[in-house]
Design a protein around this ligand. Structure first.
Ligand SMILES: [Zn+2]
Length: 288
């Protein structure tokens, strides 16, 4: 009996110290999956990182809830991509009552109207550096830890960039046709692909016009395109229509704005998603 209560006592004691340690960690709220993963890779067990976007939810049309305000009002750091990607962020932040909160616009100052900056991995590396510096500002005691993890992670992104350069250099087809919104501008530019999206706008909820569709059908036929790409987390209805019309086959290409519940639980990473993309791009563009 005595032994048992001693055991319980120590169990409680250690549980309590775990709780205290968790409380002392900076809480980092991130909006989209790429910055969630970058923060997770740099902060590891030294931070507690939250993805604000619920799993499976489309990123561009997201509107924060009252619960999100509560989360951020208790957090140490809020990281979003940019005013173009999350147009709600500025107003949202000014409505949060939290004087200690540090806010980072991870892609701030990138002079491009396309907000999908993370799909150029050299730009993703800049975002990682900014996240690292923000973590250091809030938790200077772990400075050397964050410097080391950011360096390691940026090495992985640099390797990924090299792999993309190498694998996509000798493809037979150079036209990347995608049935969704204009998300792969950065990626296409970086790897010298011609990029056509079914709709020019940013919202995946928008519909391509009949004229856009007719032009795409023409382009597919003229270039003898074998595969087109559809985006993550939205119904590939447009892609299916094009497939019925022209006989092209379909492959997924994820811009990684967000992940599904299953992927989040499985611990999928940004780099995992980009490796699947590369595999599909190689198949779809007939690369050696
Ligand atoms: Zn997008």
């Amino acid at each position: 009996m005595l032994k048992k209560s001693f055991f319980l006592f120590f169990l409680l004691l250690s549980f309590n110290s775990i709780l205290q340690a968790a409380e002392n960690k900076p809480t980092v709220i991130t909006t989209l999956f790429p910055i969630y993963d970058f923060a997770r890779q740099v902060g590891q067990d030294k931070i507690s990182v939250v993805l604000l976007l619920p799993p499976g939810v489309e990123a561009h049309s997201y509107e924060p809830s009252a619960g999100d305000v509560v989360k951020v009002s208790k957090a140490d750091i809020f990281i979003y991509t940019s005013a173009i990607m999350e147009p709600w962020a500025g107003k949202f932040i000014s409505g949060v009552d939290n004087t200690k909160l540090r806010v980072l616009e991870a892609s701030g100052g990138f002079t491009d109207k396309d907000p999908h900056t993370w799909l150029d991995f050299t730009k993703a590396m800049v975002m990682v550096d900014r996240i690292r510096d923000t973590l250091i500002a809030v938790d200077p005691a772990n400075r050397s830890f964050f410097l080391a993890t950011a360096r390691q992670y940026n090495k992985k992104l640099a390797d990924l960039d090299t792999e993309y350069q190498k694998e996509l250099s000798g493809c037979q087809d150079k036209v990347l046709i995608q049935s969704g919104h204009f998300a792969f501008g950065y990626l296409a530019r970086r790897y010298h692909l011609q990029y056509i999206a079914a709709y020019k706008g940013l919202s995946p909820d928008a519909e391509p016009t009949p004229r856009n569709l007719a032009e795409l059908v023409d382009t597919i036929r003229k270039n003898k395109v074998k595969y087109i790409f559809y985006e993550e987390l939205v119904s590939p209805r447009v892609a299916e229509t094009l497939a019925q019309e022209t006989g092209v086959r379909l492959l997924e290409l994820s811009a990684a704005h967000n992940v599904s519940r299953e992927e989040l639980d499985r611990g999928v990473t940004f780099i995992d998603i980009m490796k699947v993309n590369l595999k599909n791009l190689k198949l779809g563009l007939s690369c050696p």
